[in-house]
Design a protein around this ligand. Structure first.
Ligand code: PMP
Length: 350
């Protein structure tokens, strides 16, 4: 496949025991003991020698009850990563144009390149917001697919809602709004789904719902689109264990959601701490992570790693003077705050 020539494998490093992981935007809270117990009870009764429910029917019904959408408006995927690939497979013709902001979540570009799509990477402005370039009439007419993470990863902000709506109204192609971090922003396009037949919403169980291990994502769209996603996805794309875990999580949602309040509180504390700093500048955030500007990102990364804290460093030129910090549990954030205090001493700046 000539399209993958020159591409390196994407192999996230295994989690390192003993470190505080503030580097991957996961939930810092493991499954509550009571929910874990429910899950173990549920899987005791699974039939292991048979294939799982291919279209994840029970899961889509459960999600439908929560969102008020019929199951044929919902597709379940092996993480939303898989659904991003399915969307390109189903909706971008060979050589068709996929529009993405720059910078954004790396999988849009990777999966589009693997599939030989033409990428239109449009730079975000100084505030990491969308620009009028996204309203270019030629692009609105010709692009097959648009991806917007809302809030955007790694920049942590939500784009201008007005501009997104204009794109949605004018685009001939399909507009995907990836709401992986919706529980931390409280902002969603889901109610607009019936109004705009070219809108697709992505959600994931990997962030606020805290089951990244299970690999479960969802796409919401008009049945004309979901049918195409069912055409291209693998027949048993979600394991029976993943489906059981997602169902248990949904049934215990109220308990798990208490963690979101903690994360939002800790985000506030971190932002206040950074606002008082002379060496760090926090970008506005609607997510469970913060993009932080600093003159010496590598040094910050290494200083924190030496103290058992992992954060995210970037290689892209545009993000050379930034690090991304995921909000952790209160005790973890206290450790981070102590490290930041120490870092601001003169000894570090030398
Ligand atoms: N979309 C965005 C914007 C993300 O940041 C991530 C995770 N880093 C994903 C999708 C992928 O999530 P999942 O675990 O469901 O594949």
């Amino acid at each position: 496949n000539p399209h993958i020539r020159g591409m390196a494998p994407y192999m996230p490093a295994p989690r390192q025991a003993g470190y505080i992981s503030l580097d991957a935007n996961e939930s810092p809270f493991d499954l509550p003991a009571s929910v874990r117990k429910k899950f173990l009870k549920k899987i005791k009764h699974l039939v292991f020698n048979r294939y799982p429910d291919g279209p994840s029917t029970e899961l889509r019904r459960a999600v439908g009850r929560k969102t008020g959408l019929p199951p044929d408006w919902i597709v379940a995927g092996n993480g939303s990563d898989e659904l991003i690939g399915c969307l390109i497979d189903a909706l971008a013709p060979p050589g068709g144009t996929v529009v993405i902001p720059d910078p954004t979540f790396v999988m849009y570009e990777r999966l589009a390149r693997i599939r030989g799509a033409r990428l239109a990477k449009l730079p975000l402005d100084d505030q990491f917001d969308l620009t009028p370039a996204f309203l270019d009439p030629k692009l609105l007419k010709s692009a097959a697919l648009w991806f917007f993470a809302y809030p955007n990863n790694p920049t942590s902000n939500c784009f201008s809602e007005r501009l997104l709506l204009t794109i949605l109204k004018r685009a001939r192609g399909i507009v995907v709004i990836d709401e992986a971090y919706v529980d931390f922003s409280g902002k969603t396009f889901l109610p607009l789904l019936r109004k705009y037949p070219n809108l697709v919403i992505l959600r994931t169980f990997s962030k606020a719902l805290g089951i990244a291990l299970g690999r479960v994502g969802l796409a919401f769209a008009h049945p004309k689109i979901t049918r195409l996603l069912h055409v291209v996805r693998l027949p048993y794309n979600l394991s029976g264990l993943g489906q059981a875990l997602a169902l248990t999580t949904l049934a215990s949602e109220r308990e798990i959601r208490q963690n979101i309040a903690s994360i939002v509180r800790e985000r506030r504390t971190l932002l206040d701490r950074l606002a008082a700093s002379t060496v760090f500048f926090a970008c506005p955030t609607d997510a469970n992570f913060v993009l932080v500007k600093t003159a010496r990102p590598k040094k910050v990364f290494e200083f924190l790693r030496a103290r058992g804290i992992l954060i995210k460093l970037f290689h892209e030129p545009r993000l050379q003077s930034y690090v991304r910090i995921t909000v952790g549990r209160p005790a973890e954030m206290r450790r981070l705050a102590e490290a930041l205090d120490r870092m601001e001493n003169d000894s570090w700046r030398k």
